[in-house]
Ligand binder design. Structure first.
Ligand code: ZN
Length: 165
């Protein structure tokens, strides 16, 4: 009989000990989690940031033709000289020809300001009407465009800048 009591006692204390041990493990796990969670967020954050940067670069490549390609004039806002990612712009007819613009203020700029209707051909340095120009993207990848008076000048320009791409 005394043996039996002792055994029960032992197992009770053993159970208590086990319980404590389990609690300690749980607390330690929380401690580890408290460290791991912010670290994981930080790593995910950095990964996302880098991925978005790469996607932005890919987006530029996907939506922006190379400088060797001539761009349709109606894809350019001629007031800001920006390539509009392939979106067709509003027609601004003028006696000099057809201009294109992205918004009402830009339409007004084209209509009212002769300076904005003209550009300098970077190869010949001649002043040309944007309505009659051959257009390609600027090699600086700013999304701006260059205007040329002839296809030959554009080809010459590509030759000059081919190493920048
Ligand atoms: Zn515009």
């Amino acid at each position: 009989m005394p043996m039996k009591i002792k055994r029960v006692k032992q197992s009770a204390s053993g159970r208590k000990h086990q319980k404590e041990k389990r609690r300690n493990i749980l607390l330690n796990s929380f401690g580890v989690l408290a460290l791991i969670i912010p670290l994981t967020w930080a790593v995910i954050g950095i990964y996302k940031y880098e991925k978005e940067g790469a996607e932005e670069k890919n987006d530029y490549k996907a939506s922006h033709p190379g400088i060797e390609k001539l761009i349709d004039p109606n894809k350019v806002c001629m007031a800001t000289n920006a390539f509009m990612n392939g979106h067709e712009q509003m027609l601004v007819p003028n006696q000099e020809g057809n201009f294109y613009a992205c918004s009402q203020p830009c339409i007004s700029t084209i209509q009212l300001s002769e300076v904005e209707r003209y550009a300098i051909d970077p190869v010949s340095n001649n002043r040309i009407s944007k309505a009659k120009a051959f257009i390609c993207l600027h090699p600086d990848r700013s999304g701006k465009v260059c205007y040329f008076e002839s296809k030959e000048n554009h080809i010459e320009f590509v030759k000059i800048h081919k190493n920048e791409r």
